[in-house]
Write a protein that binds this ligand. Structure first.
Ligand code: PMP
Length: 355
């Protein structure tokens, strides 16, 4: 830190993203990207005409994209705000609604902690139960904003909307953000509940199920009054946050919903296969509802598994946090990727097929 920087940020610990390798080809299973390419329509949108249009600013209201997203979710355009990735949506919500503080789980998406530190928000950490399950009753009457990732990361555990609904009912004067980054992998969304609850913000992203992590598109779906708040802040910060190319490609992605549904189903099938195989190899972990699994092996530390996989060309995510340091979070790749990963783990764990 230079002597010029505001000392308020002296102890800030920025988010540490998963490794983006440059030196050799890895099977990259560490940042929950899709192993499949974007849809043909999205790919075709990256053309010379679109490139020439880059001299112009993007539509600061992302109108075409918002309209497309609203149509796909069966809500009105005024219920949608699009941002540069859902990290930005989350930040705007933290800025807007955390004046009484915020609450989230001890093991959840690490960016929540970073954002609350950055914005000096009073933070209440609510430990998950022993099996990493989240009890909605732990979130009743907290007198502060709440954020819950559902499915949760890195555990992959999911609660049905009806199970989370009491959190909304029991915090009528505070915002509840449900971060659905991984909802498309076979789960039911809380989006329809925005009609019933004016304190609900559902956050989704194009980064995982729509194979567009690099395009940076995320959005909030909420009551129109909340979207107005968030837009006010977005326009006070970075009104051109979603690039012209991303808006164009995003519309194509929404149009190609059938393609993406198929990719998600493939990922779910591969996830089920992977979890079965990992259990046979002696791994344990919660049933996952996302595009990753969260597993440990009783005979190895999480760091050892990560390192041995790296030596064999696989990148997975390991967190050093005490409670989860035995685990690795492994993104679901193609079926071939996962068969190769399991073969490597078979070798690493010394699994004996003839046992
Ligand atoms: N929420 C959760 C739970 C995530 O895991 C991620 C991915 N790191 C995000 C939000 C942010 O994704 P993006 O900014 O790419 O939309």
């Amino acid at each position: 830190m230079s002597r010029f920087m505001n000392p308020t940020f002296g102890s800030l610990k920025p988010y540490v993203p998963g490794e983006i390798p440059r030196d050799r080809t890895f099977v990259k299973l560490n940042t929950n990207e899709s192993p499949y390419p974007p849809s043909p329509g999205v790919i075709a949108s990256f053309n010379a005409e679109a490139a020439a249009q880059q001299r112009l600013y993007s539509d600061p209201q992302s109108r075409d994209l918002n309209r497309a997203i609203a149509g796909s979710l069966n809500v009105r355009q005024e219920n949608i705000m699009t941002t540069g990735g859902s990290d930005e949506t989350l930040e705007l919500a933290f800025i807007a609604y955390a004046q009484d503080g915020i609450a989230f789980a001890d093991e959840t998406y690490g960016f929540y902690r970073v954002l609350s530190d950055l914005h000096a928000i009073d933070t209440k950490i609510i430990p998950l139960h022993g099996d990493f399950s989240l009890d909605p009753a732990d979130y009743f009457h907290l007198g502060r904003m709440i954020v819950i990732a559902n499915p949760n990361a890195p555990t992959g555990i999911y609660l049905k909307p009806a199970q989370l609904e009491p959190v909304l009912q029991n915090n009528p004067d505070h915002i509840v953000v449900i971060d659905e980054a991984y909802v498309d992998f076979g789960n039911e969304s809380m989006v329809p509940y925005i009609r019933k609850y004016d304190n609900l913000i559902v956050v989704q992203t194009f980064s995982k199920s729509r194979s567009m992590a690099g395009a940076r598109i995320g959005y909030a779906c909420a009551d129109a009054a909340l979207i107005e708040d968030l837009e006010k802040l977005r326009n006070s910060r970075n009104p051109y946050d979603v690039s012209r190319q991303s808006q164009l490609a995003g519309v194509k992605a929404v149009e190609d919903a059938v393609y993406y549904r198929e990719q998600c189903m493939k990922i779910v099938r591969t996830r089920e296969w992977t979890m079965r195989r990992l259990r046979e190899l002696g791994f344990e972990g919660p049933e996952s509802y996302a595009n990753f699994v969260f597993v440990r092996h009783p005979a190895f530390t999480g760091g050892t598994i990560q390192q041995k996989l790296r030596e064999r060309g696989f990148l997975v995510r390991h967190f050093s946090d005490e409670r989860i340091k035995d685990y690795n979070r492994i993104t679901i790749g193609t079926q071939e990727d996962m068969e190769a990963l399991c073969a490597a783990l078979e070798e690493i764990t010394g699994y004996d097929k003839n046992r």
